[in-house]
Write a protein of this length. Sequence first.
Length: 237
Amino acid sequence: MKILSNTILFLLITSFTFAQYAPKKDEIKYLEDHKKLRLSLRGGMSFLTGSNTGEANANLSEAREQMQSGLQYGADIHYFTSEFTGWGVKFASFQSSAATTVSVLQNNGAPVTKDYAENMVNRFYGPSFTTRILSNNAKNIYTLGFAMGYVDYTNQVNFFGDDFVVKSNAFGLTWTAGWDLMFSKNLGIGLALSYTMGTLSRFTADGASSAQLTSLNETLSSDISRFEVTLGLSLYK
């Protein structure tokens, strides 16, 4: 709660600061009717910031490293109640996968090679707040935003030869700093740097035995916090 309250306070101070230094309406003609709606579509890469589970098995450890990065895409829409302050919703999806083979011991003590694979997707949905400031010619728009919401986690796992769909969820927080380079009055190219924070408590998997479910909870990474770098298009209306 301290992180949340400090973030909200910081964004309110930032919004006030932006309002003090942003160009006046009479300095920029097309801000006379400032763009109230902003739709952003973006894609790029994400990198998990939590450490892996410290697997002793070299193949599993390599698979964990592969899972540390993956594709990211998302969208957000904001309505600006002033030139500087906007409210809206944010969606972001992160996908990562890995596959390997692992030597495991059977009940009789003999080793056998089995498949291990993950295809993980986690999605963030939530309300969002953003502030913005414009350069003197309004060709550059800088934004700073915060969102909190729901993280939905799904992982298709081949767990030593057995297939499971593993699910979980968590409360998530996202901070975003963005820059839009406008090449027309309504359309720009956007660059955004984001950090999403979330931690899963328990995993569920239909069809898994109690021993398998215990192993899944010990094997899969629970810290899904990530750093995101995305490019995209921003539409202002």
